[in-house]
Design a protein around this ligand. Structure first.
Ligand SMILES: *[C@@H]1O[C@H](CO)[C@@H](O)[C@H](O)[C@H]1NC(C)=O
Ligand SMILES: *[C@@H]1O[C@H](CO)[C@@H](O)[C@H](O)[C@H]1NC(C)=O
Length: 450
């Protein structure tokens, strides 16, 4: 018999007569089977009570069912007649707009005319739009920008409509001038969208000429027709071909990071001088070394500031801004959508506030290694170049900004902790900035606190 060979496995002697009954009896007596059964019983004795306790005391977590594809594709049926009952459907665009821009006076939200002049060129979504603020007495600057940029420009024009004189000759003249410009200049008609805002710039002094504010920049961004937005200061000029070079960095922009463009100024900047701008980094380096040109960071002395001239001169690769400071106001490119926040409209013109929020939201700031911009005022006597805040205005703004910085810190800290991202790298900038800022409050700001 074949199993006779293996009889050493069993303690019982093998059945002498091989009937099925005898075989089973033999099997039950075998040592191996006994051991297996004992092990099984011991295992069950431990396993069963554990399962029983888990069953009796655990509250079962039900996973929400995955929505089926059909559900996602079909609109959720409403239980009411949309057109007659929902206040949302009756909301006028101007009311929606005022909800989105809560700090904007109603006199302005009611008087926004997007694409009052519309460019012929339909840009690719994957292009960069310059967000610009234009004034009637600097249309030549707009022409200059369109000539160099050769790509989409989303411009806001603010005309101070006087409440009682709707058929203001002044406004009619300006709009006629611009219309004429669109007819005769191809670069303008091709690339520039103008969004018109009418309304008093100041409620106390209706003769004041409007200057650029965060509201204007948000409007230009909102109506831009591409995914990337370039926040370019007035009197600052791109180098020819910059647009396609920015697009090479679209990976980092899509990743919700910001691209910083270093900005240079002639040491002896004078509107009367007709400087020839450097076209390549090599030229810039030579001019900087001979002290004819300097890196400009608003609020810092020439060649100082977070953009870091030393690094830029050496670098051939993108590098991160390391000494970020909440007053840093460079020219930068960002995504239009994604998770990039809008500029806070509580301020008038405060680009630093825009970048501060972007930085806290987790975006990295990368400095372009080869690209750069040039500052030069062609219209030094325009009201924009001469604009200076009064002393009380400056004091007011600086107080408001320091409050904003603290508030924004807490807001982002709370947001990241609420969505469970406090420990992820996205919250690093909040930790870094807020520790410094809230340190002054005597609050320690570490993981335990949150
Ligand atoms: C448009 O811009 C290009 C490039 O700068 C320039 O060569 C051309 O003369 C401009 N066209 C007009 C009509 O100004
Ligand atoms: C309004 O602003 C203009 C221009 O700055 C100024 O000349 C004028 O004095 C101001 N009027 C009042 C009432 O403040």
């Amino acid at each position: 018999m074949w199993f006779n060979k293996y009889s050493y496995l069993s303690g019982a002697s093998s059945p002498s007569r091989c009937t099925p009954k005898a075989y089973v009896t033999w099997l039950l007596k075998s040592k191996l089977v006994k051991t297996v059964m004992i092990l099984y019983i011991i295992f069950s004795m431990f396993f069963t009570p554990i399962r029983l306790v888990a069953y009796l005391f655990a509250t079962e977590v039900l996973e929400p069912p995955e929505p089926s594809v059909n559900f996602m594709l079909n609109a959720i049926p409403r239980t009411y007649e949309t057109n007659s009952i929902s206040p949302l459907s009756e909301m006028k665009p101007s009311i929606r707009f005022s909800k989105m821009h809560t700090y904007l006076p109603h006199s302005l939200t009611d008087n926004i005319y997007p694409y009052y002049f519309r460019a012929d060129f339909e840009p690719d979504n994957n292009d960069v739009t310059v967000a610009a603020y234009i004034t009637p007495n600097r249309l030549d600057d707009l022409v200059r920008l369109a000539d160099i940029w050769q790509g989409p420009i989303s411009a806001t024009l603010h005309l101070p409509l006087r409440p009682k004189k709707h058929d203001d000759e002044y406004i009619k003249d300006i709009l006629d001038t611009i219309k004429h410009l669109y007819e005769k200049n191809q670069n303008i008609s091709m690339y520039v969208d103008i969004h018109l805002i009418m309304g008093p710039y100041s409620t106390t002094n209706t003769t004041l000429q409007p200057v650029q504010t965060n509201i204007h920049m948000n409007t230009a961004r909102f109506f831009a027709r591409t995914e990337f937005i370039f926040f370019l200061d007035s009197d600052t000029w791109p180098i020819p071909g910059l647009r396609s070079r920015i697009l090479k960095h679209n990976d980092l922009l899509l990743n919700n990071d910001a691209l910083i463009l270093p900005t240079f100024i002639f040491a002896n900047n004078d509107a009367k001088n007709n400087y020839e701008f450097p076209k390549k980094k090599l030229h810039v380096k030579k001019l900087v070394q001979s002290r004819l040109l300097g890196l400009k960071n608003k609020g810092w002395e020439l060649n100082n500031g977070p953009t870091c001239l030393k690094k830029w001169m050496k670098s051939n690769e993108l590098y991160k801004v390391e000494n970020y400071e909440s007053h840093y106001t460079p020219n930068f490119v960002i995504r239009k959508t994604g998770r990039i926040p809008w500029c806070s409209e509580r301020f008038e013109n405060n680009k630093a506030a825009c970048l501060f929020q972007i930085y806290l939201s987790g975006s990295e700031l990368w400095v372009a290694p080869k690209e750069f911009l040039m500052i030069h005022q062609y219209n030094s006597d325009s009201h924009l170049s001469r604009y200076e805040e009064s002393k009380w205005q400056r004091a007011f703004n600086s107080r408001m900004y320091s409050t904003f910085v603290r508030e924004t810190c807490l807001q982002y800290a709370r947001r990241f902790s609420a969505i469970g991202k406090w420990k992820s790298p996205i919250a690093d900038h909040v930790k870094q900035e807020c520790e410094r800022i809230l340190g002054g409050w005597g609050v320690s700001f570490n993981d335990g606190y949150i």
